[in-house]
Design a protein around this ligand. Structure first.
Ligand SMILES: [Mg+2]
Length: 424
């Protein structure tokens, strides 16, 4: 469940809709800021966990629509399904545990007696979650009567009401909070409890996350009334929970800074890398920075193009080997020529580049092997390639790194297109 030999430095457990993802921001501005921060400074030794009410189907849809990083752990369907890693390996032990005092058929029989309950789509009905919509003025009465009826049938259930409309029925032992407690216990048994935990949410189904002792919590700036009311009534004197002034992922970044959990300035917020001191040296930061330059170059958003070009030239080794996903090979020198020709070709568009799953390994005192996924998106079009790079330091350790060699491979569903300009 963890990629590390030691305890993770930080574990972020975040809701997705209106917490990590701002549905009112089609440019994904704050999400891209978070992504750059995470990959530059945290991916190497920290854990990213998504905890969402979404089922696997609509979670997959969101990942196709938004630039969400690949999490280490995905908790779905309001804490009833836990999956690990990129290949989403299910935690069967968790689901077996949830079978206690749970009978899906009985819940279906009893809920059918309430015309006020309108079933959500088929994809949202899961083995341990049955979901409806209900009018907010009828919700309290429906929940009270339903709990009574299900109790009489011998079930121990939990009803969660969110966004003033969605009603989920789960086994009593399920929920976002219970799933996180289960994970923390597993980490503890493994002697790998994260040094710090930050939970992030915006609505009623996130309340349980904030109830866990010894976690930091951020209710994002746009948090729903139901969550704020719970906080006011139950946790207003807990200094480890804040209500951010910033919306969604920007609120998560704000909390990282507020609780001193690590670097909190996203590389995307740095306009002049020459004068800005880096918080921690990391090859991951160098990769993120390089592609930020690349994005800004193509969007014609660099203030001094000549200086920017000089920077590119100073970090790409002229005689280095760069292998494009199509299999073509070019020298660093030729790559520079190609990049020069792309200046402003994406000007005025919503072209973005982001990096996912950076892994670095130090080879000797001044060189690193780095692998990562690089995504490029323009409107609805997306391409991704897997990259391996050899980086080398010119001096003793912490100055700028030179890109020596790079190999790129298309991800399965991204297609090689010879019409596209050479990309790095
Ligand atoms: Mg939410």
């Amino acid at each position: 469940m963890s990629r590390f030999d030691d305890s993770p430095r930080l574990m972020i457990v975040s809701d997705l809709d209106f917490t990590m993802v701002d549905h009112l921001d089609p440019d994904n501005h704050s999400l891209l800021r978070f992504n750059a921060l995470w990959e530059a400074y945290y991916r190497q030794d920290s854990l990213l966990v998504y905890s969402t009410g979404r089922s696997p189907t609509i979670y997959g849809q969101l990942r196709n629509e938004r630039p969400l990083l690949t999490p280490d752990i995905t908790i779905m369907s309001v804490g009833t399904e836990i999956m690990y890693g990129e290949s989403m390996v299910r935690d069967d032990g968790w689901e077996n545990y949830l079978d206690m005092k749970w009978n899906r058929d009985v819940v279906m029989e009893e809920t059918a007696k309430f015309p006020e309950l309108l079933p959500q789509s088929e994809t949202e009905q899961r083995p341990h979650k049955i979901s409806f919509f209900v009018d907010k003025f009828k919700a309290s009465e429906v929940i009270r009567t339903l709990l009574e009826l299900l109790g009489k049938r011998g079930l121990d259930v939990k009803v969660i009401y969110s966004h003033g409309t969605a009603l989920d029925i789960l086994p009593k032992g399920a929920g976002k909070g219970e799933a996180l407690v289960y994970l923390l216990k597993k980490f503890e048994d493994d002697s790998k409890l994260p040094l710090n935990n930050l939970v992030c949410g915006d609505s009623g189904n996130d309340v349980e996350l904030f109830n866990i002792p010894e976690v930091y919590g951020v209710m994002v700036g746009n948090a729903q009334e139901e969550l704020l009311r719970w906080h006011a009534e139950n946790a207003s004197n807990n200094p480890n929970i804040i209500h951010a002034t910033e919306r969604c992922a920007a609120g998560v970044i704000q909390a990282i800074g507020k609780f001193h959990l690590g670097p909190a300035v996203s590389p995307r917020d740095i306009t002049d890398f020459q004068t800005c001191m880096v918080e921690i040296f990391s090859p991951g930061f160098e990769v993120v920075k390089f592609y930020l330059f690349y994005e800004r170059w193509r969007r014609a958003e660099v203030e001094k193009p000549e200086e920017c070009m000089r920077h590119f030239k100073s970090i790409l080794l002229p005689q280095g080997t760069f292998i494009h996903p199509s299999g073509m090979e070019r020298s660093g020198y030729k790559c520079m020529d190609a990049i020069q020709g792309l200046y402003g070709d994406k000007e005025g568009t919503n072209y973005h580049v982001w990096i996912d799953q950076i892994v670095t390994a130090q080879i000797d005192w001044n060189s690193w092997f780095v692998k990562f996924y690089k995504w490029e998106a323009s409107g609805k079009e997306r391409r991704c390639c897997f990259n391996t790079v050899l980086l080398s330091s010119k001096g003793r350790g912490v100055d700028e790194l030179t890109w020596m060699h790079m190999n790129q491979i298309w991800l399965d569903d991204s297609e090689a297109d010879d019409q596209n300009p050479w990309i790095l």
